[in-house]
Design a protein around this ligand. Structure first.
Ligand SMILES: NC(=O)c1ccc[n+]([C@@H]2O[C@H](COP(=O)([O-])OP(=O)(O)OC[C@H]3O[C@@H](n4cnc5c(N)ncnc54)[C@H](O)[C@@H]3O)[C@@H](O)[C@H]2O)c1
Ligand SMILES: [Zn+2]
Length: 363
């Protein structure tokens, strides 16, 4: 079994890779389960994941005072109402501060369950068991939890690090092709912003990755978790370097806003956003066009879009970029590639360059 540590001093925690944990309901060779979970468990999952894996979840956690809260599926349920419903079940069940909330699902389940754990009786333990690719390489690691407000995504939340993250890469076999590809966008992001060797490895393993071969998945997901863990350990609350994880996201945010969140998946918007950010990096003289095209080729091989649909207005697009949560009072800051594997944040991109990038991609 492979383990990666997220080095956060007193809040440090392990990411354990345990094949079969959720897909078979066995913790074979995983003596750390007890240490990670404890005796009193409250599982949060959703209808889809429960439909696929409830028997296995029962097999794993039955006998630990197991109660399960099953959320409806979908981003539209990432709400305070769901958090309050979970808190209500915890209170009605007499759950004390020794309880561990176990989130089994994608990023929506992880964010809602994590936030409920952050506020229940001023904070109880949470263990993340992510079952989507995006959740395994992104949302389950790093301690950000949040729910949406009608006026904005992720507008209420807390930093609350999990006690452990348990990753079963074999759960990805049941994920839809589109959700799987969306997770791959965040993986390409990790490679582009932090590790050129990783990008080369991805390019050399496209077939195995697309086929979801277990051994390739384990290497890839561990590599991404290591990159994310290292950045989070340096900058837990996103005052500096952690912002680099938003590479492609300000452009992507504009695409999500203008397309409607239902039509485009976050990862799809980020894929397009990364190509646009790489294009801007070219215009700043940082990388050459071959690097931008290499990133686009890899995303295409993973089944992701690399240019926005026709019909976006560039003025509306620029204005939606400015409304990104990452924009500060000083104005827009963008993540660009100084070189492949080395992202930087800049306010000095030049509006003319940005206008040229928008003109090149928005027709
Ligand atoms: N906390 C963070 O740091 C962070 C980072 C990135 C994204 N997020 C949040 O994560 C959310 C997106 O997460 P997501 O992409 O995992 O979406 P999701 O949680 O909606 O899951 C996508 C779909 O896959 C289904 N699913 C989950 N596991 C499955 C499995 N093994 N087999 C088949 N289907 C499965 C879900 O039911 C859902 O329909 C967003 O709300 C986003 O804001 C949070
Ligand atoms: Zn993202």
């Amino acid at each position: 079994m492979k383990t990666i540590r997220v080095g956060l001093g007193a809040r440090a925690y392990p990411i354990h890779f345990v094949e079969g944990l959720v897909s078979e309901g066995t913790a074979r060779g995983f003596a750390e389960l007890d240490a990670a979970i404890g005796d009193s468990v409250f599982v949060v999952t959703n209808e889809t994941v429960s439909g696929l894996y409830s028997v296995n979840i029962q097999a794993l956690f039955g006998g630990r005072g197991l109660s399960t809260y099953v959320m409806p599926d979908g981003e539209s349920h990432k709400t305070m109402d769901q958090v309050l419903a979970i808190v209500g079940c915890l209170l009605e069940g007499g759950y004390t501060r020794d309880t561990t909330v176990v989130a089994v699902g994608g990023g929506v389940v992880g964010d809602v369950a994590g936030f409920a754990a952050a506020i229940y009786q001023r904070g109880i333990s949470v263990v993340q068991i992510p079952t989507t690719l995006l959740a395994q390489v992104d949302s389950s690691v790093g301690g950000k939890t949040a729910v949406n407000h009608p006026l904005g995504k992720n507008m209420m939340g807390a930093f609350h690090q999990p006690n452990a993250v348990l990753i079963d890469v074999t759960t990805l076999r049941t994920l839809s092709a589109r959700e799987y590809a969306a997770g791959l966008a965040e993986i390409v992001k990790h490679a582009a912003l932090a590790d050129q060797d990783y990008l080369v490895w991805l390019e050399n393993h496209v077939a195995e990755i697309v086929e979801r071969e277990t051994s390739a998945l384990s290497v890839m997901i561990a590599w991404s978790c290591r990159i994310k863990a290292e950045i989070v350990a340096e900058d837990e609350t996103e005052r500096g370097r952690r912002a680099l994880l938003n590479f492609g996201h300000t452009f992507g945010h504009a695409i999500e806003t203008l397309s409607g969140y239902e039509r485009v998946l976050h990862g799809e918007a980020v894929a397009i956003g990364m190509v646009m950010a790489a294009d801007l990096s070219c215009r700043l003289g940082m990388i050459d066009q071959q690097v931008r095209d290499r990133i686009a080729r890899l995303l295409t091989a993973f089944g992701l879009p690399v240019a926005p649909e026709k019909g976006f207005d560039s003025v509306a697009f620029r204005s939606a970029m400015g409304r990104d949560k990452k924009a500060t009072s000083e104005g827009l800051r963008l993540i660009v590639l100084e070189s492949l594997g080395n992202a930087v944040i800049t306010a000095d991109y030049g509006e003319d360059n940005l206008r040229d990038t928008l003109a090149a991609y928005l027709t």
